[in-house]
Design a protein around this ligand. Structure first.
Ligand SMILES: *Cc1c(COP(=O)(O)O)cnc(C)c1O
Length: 499
């Protein structure tokens, strides 16, 4: 290696290389902007949801180029305002585009704390408070699943949590695969419903199992996995010489909000010795409501669960718990490598609190803190109430959709995913011809474009199987009122009237 040359010789080291006073002053201003533009305006129903710009226009407006010299504080503050002004306001009461929405002030405070602390909960020494909080939050989530012991870790999103489940399942069956890789494993078989989240396919690709080995089990007309079809698929895959390993049941499918019948699926998994994972990324929060928990009846029989509090509970992106029934250290054995610079075994404290090796990540965001502080603020009952309020809002909207001309339900909702078509007057009364469906499929994208250009609201649409594009309305934000829901339908009617 070259000798350290004279690099930086002329830089004095006696004073800090940052202007700390100016930095604090800048932050004061940014906090004010955050409060006004990022919180107040973003949640103000009289403001627009989004300020649509074409990409080239936006590039120029934002003056994105990075230059040799830095800019002054005033310019930077203006940039902060621009970021907020030109971004989509996901906390707005008329933002319904995603499975996350809304702005919870306590959870946001938790995010500020997390960002400010800037630490990784991999060891107790560097994140004592956060490690213990994570432990508490995971234990509480497991308790709601119905497990008095177990394990878990926060992952960067439900997709990653699902992949961890697949990896741990493979490790339990084939512990040697960790060192030897996939080369001498049998061809594995994974099972998930046709309505399951696409992360199962991604995970199979990432883990070297192969997307061809994910078998999508048929669903019924409500989007639920048919247990008899699962049994048939398992038999078929076995007969072809593959080794069934893992079943992913979904509690709350992404589009329809369907809940797979967990007890029946658990019976099949028990009979064949398969790992049962429940992807409750979306629907897991129903466990918080005594009235709604029955949707996930049987979840305690699973081996692992994915649950995203960042969706229904408005905790903020991202917060995804991967929960495990096993308490024998499977997670640690599966992912742990015991890096000697981080997880020294001769530390002066209980090193079992150095939980970071349970994760395939090294540095990791402390995603438990924001959920912990929200939970402290509203209690388990408050969280459950929010889920019930989402149901109430969905039921109201359902009644309106049934009552109003031009709206047609895709199906009665089981959860809080309300799926419907808007049929403009030009198409009314022509149902059933292929031409009708072809035209109807173009309606939702056209209305969507109009609402985004107007900035009045945002809602998602998609085709599904043989069904042409329909809207999927999701209300997770308790700030949404009846007026917002009426507006939502009025606006669709107005934007779609002349199509
Ligand atoms: C959202 C979702 C996921 C993925 O979660 P991310 O945090 O977005 O990665 C997985 N499964 C289901 C059922 C989901 O709805």
């Amino acid at each position: 290696m070259a000798e350290p040359s004279g690099i930086g010789d002329s830089i004095p080291l006696d004073d800090p290389g940052l202007d700390i006073a100016a930095g604090e002053e800048f932050l004061q201003e940014v906090f004010q902007i955050l409060l006004e533009e990022g919180v107040q305006k973003s949640t103000d129903v009289t403001q627009k949801v989004c300020e649509w710009k074409e990409p080239q226009e936006l590039r120029e407006l934002m003056d994105l180029e990075l230059r040799s010299d830095g800019e002054g504080q005033e310019r930077l503050l203006q940039r902060c305002r621009d970021v907020l002004r030109l971004s989509v306001r996901t906390g707005h009461p008329r933002f319904f585009n995603q499975l996350f929405s809304g702005l919870d002030h306590h959870a946001l405070a938790g995010r500020f704390l997390t960002e400010t602390l800037n630490t990784s909960p991999y060891t107790y020494e560097v994140a004592p408070v956060l490690v213990l909080m994570e432990e508490q939050v995971l234990a509480k989530l497991r308790e709601l699943v119905g497990w008095s012991s177990g394990d878990g870790i926060f992952a960067p999103g439900g997709s990653m949590s699902n992949m961890l489940a697949m990896n741990v399942a493979r490790f339990r069956r084939f512990p040697e695969s960790r060192s030897r890789g996939n080369w001498d494993l049998p061809r594995l078989g994974l099972f998930a419903s046709q309505e399951s989240h696409y992360s199962i396919l991604k995970g199979a690709a990432l883990l070297g199992i192969g997307t061809d080995n994910v078998h999508l089990v048929r669903t019924d007309e409500r989007g639920k996995m048919i247990p008899e079809e699962l049994e048939k698929e398992i038999q078929r895959v076995k007969a072809e010489g593959s080794e069934p390993l893992f079943v992913c049941a979904t509690s709350g499918t992404t589009v329809l909000g369907a809940f797979d019948p967990l007890d029946a699926i658990a019976d099949i998994c028990a009979r064949h010795g398969l790992w049962l994972h429940v992807d409750a990324a979306w629907g897991g929060s129903a466990l918080l409501s005594p009235q709604l928990r029955h949707l996930l009846a049987g979840i305690h029989r699973s081996d692992s669960v994915t649950w995203n509090p960042h969706k229904l509970l408005m905790v903020g992106l991202q917060c995804s718990a991967f929960l495990l029934r096993d308490s024998s250290g499977l997670l640690q054995r599966c992912h742990g490598v015991g890096a000697s610079y981080l997880f020294q075994q001769d530390k002066f404290y209980d090193v079992s609190l150095d939980t970071g090796d349970k994760s395939p990540q090294c540095g990791r965001r402390a995603d438990g803190l924001k959920l912990w502080i929200l939970w402290k603020a509203v209690g388990t009952r408050g969280l459950g109430w929010r889920v019930e309020r989402a149901f109430a809002a969905t039921r109201y909207l359902l009644e309106q959709v049934k009552r109003r001309e031009g709206f047609q339900l895709v199906m009665e909702p089981e959860f809080i995913n309300l799926c419907f078509w808007f049929i403009p007057p030009s198409l009314q009364g022509q149902e059933s011809s292929p031409e009708f469906w072809d035209k109807l499929g173009k309606v939702a994208p056209a209305i969507k474009e109009k609402m985004i250009r107007r900035g009045s609201m945002m809602v998602g649409y998609q085709p599904l199987g043989s069904r042409v594009n329909f809207f999927r309305q999701i209300i997770t934000n308790p700030a949404v009122t009846r007026q917002d829901l009426d507006f939502f339908l009025d606006e669709i009617q107005e934007l779609g009237w002349d199509l």
